[in-house]
Design a protein around this ligand. Structure first.
Ligand SMILES: Cc1ncc(COP(=O)(O)O)c(C=O)c1O
Length: 393
């Protein structure tokens, strides 16, 4: 799997990033060569707005069609018209919440979770405030780090209109049973909005199998550019009335895509999907599991380190850590001096970090692995972490 590194130009000798340990993938990965090449090509050869009779415009349109088709495959979607592009996941979710709210009544209910990134919480809270909706909360266990699914029966009612959940947590790394949650939501007639931003780089997404109505992700988390993607069931998308200019198309997906789309970003998304396909998700999962096992086993031997999350299995390679007697910011700063990139703080996981009781204490150190990381990098990180905590021995 180490060969994969050659597909990431930013890691090459002579570049500023060479020699840096990028354990910050959960906040944004390095970009793969295929994605960069696709973006370059699009900027050079497909540089026109959409809908013209001339060649550059036709090429730009074909690029969008091709990328939607690739994404439909990636999600196991039925129809390429189910793929909506937007600036990023947050922007897409804010717009969808506003649109969805047009059909809701005061007293309708939303089910949110204590594990989600704020981008799948705050848009729905704002909507609830605007529309007088009731918000209910699905908790997670701080022992198993799974959702408390036994609470679902009580939380879901005939007035529940939408359930917003994450496929994988950006803080504790849990992969959630979104299929069961969706089944419960469907039994009361609620729609389900899945945040797959953190899951997309690490596993196969099958929206048919999940049964959800919406699923969102962001290409910069899976080796592509900063661009958001929303998948929605075609009949649901068609039934919605987004805020849009009068001259925009009346049907999905275009009616949701405000203004001019970024053809270069769309090209980069295509490149990222092609890259993932060429490496193969099964190989990615297997490799990342090996690295994660090494990382967890090593961390468990270091005194003063707590992993807030599951052990091996049922997780993506994203770990939330605290280190006794040291603030997450200080640890991240010390690691940065060793050229190890990690994040610290709440990581926009306001709810989960609060639930863990760590908000006031500065959150967590977030260490996240990607397909280009190596066993040697994990060893180097563990060595430095042991050094940082040496005074605790
Ligand atoms: C789980 C999760 N959801 C949503 C987002 C927001 O994504 P975007 O930056 O595309 O708005 C992030 C970004 O870190 C995330 O990790």
């Amino acid at each position: 799997m180490i060969e994969v590194r050659k597909h990431f130009p930013s890691l090459a000798e002579g570049r500023p990033g060479a020699g840096t340990v990028f354990f910050d993938g959960a906040a944004g990965t390095q970009i793969c060569a295929r994605s960069i090449d696709r973006m370059n090509e699009a900027m050079l050869d497909d540089n026109a707005n959409f809908g013209g009779f001339f060649e550059t415009s036709q090429r730009a349109g074909e690029l969008v069609t091709k990328t939607r088709a690739a994404l439909a495959d990636f999600f196991h979607a039925n129809d390429a018209r189910e793929i909506v592009f937007g600036q990023n996941m947050t922007t897409l979710t804010l717009a969808m919440a506003r649109t969805f709210g047009r059909r809701l009544q005061t007293g309708d209910e939303l089910l949110l979770t204590r594990m989600d990134h704020d981008a799948n919480v705050a848009p729905w809270l704002s909507l609830a405030e605007d529309r007088g909706l009731i918000v209910k909360w699905l908790d997670f266990s701080t022992e198993t780090y799974d959702y408390e699914l036994t609470q679902l029966d009580e939380l879901l009612t005939p007035r529940t209109k939408l359930v917003a959940v994450n496929f994988a947590s950006n803080v504790i790394g849990t992969i959630n049973d979104v299929r069961s949650i969706t089944a419960g939501a469907k039994a009361v007639g609620a729609l389900v909005f899945v945040d797959a931003v953190q899951y997309a780089p690490h596993g196969v997404i099958d929206v048919q199998n999940i049964g959800c109505d919406f699923l969102v992700c962001s290409a910069y988390k899976f080796y592509g550019p900063h661009y958001g993607i929303l998948w929605g069931k075609l009949d649901v998308l068609e039934s919605l009335e987004p805020y849009k200019v009068r001259t925009a198309p009346a049907h999905a997906p275009d009616k949701f895509e405000t203004g001019t789309k970024s053809r270069e970003a769309i090209a980069g998304v295509l490149g990222a999907i092609e890259h993932l396909q060429s490496v193969g998700m099964a190989a990615i999962v297997e490799y990342e599991e090996i690295l994660t096992r090494q990382l967890i086993a090593g961390l468990r031997t270091i005194k003063g380190v707590t992993i807030h999350g599951k052990g091996n299995g049922g997780r993506v390679p994203t770990l939330a850590l605290t280190i006794q007697g040291k603030s997450p910011a200080d640890v991240a700063m010390a690691l940065a001096r060793e050229r190890i990139n990690v994040w610290h703080g709440h990581n926009y996981g306001w709810e989960p970090v609060k639930r863990l009781g760590l908000l006031e204490a500065g959150g967590v150190v977030r260490v996240s692995l990607a397909q280009y990381n190596t066993a040697e990098e994990v060893d180097y990180f563990l060595e430095r972490m042991a050094g940082l905590t040496a005074s605790l021995r």
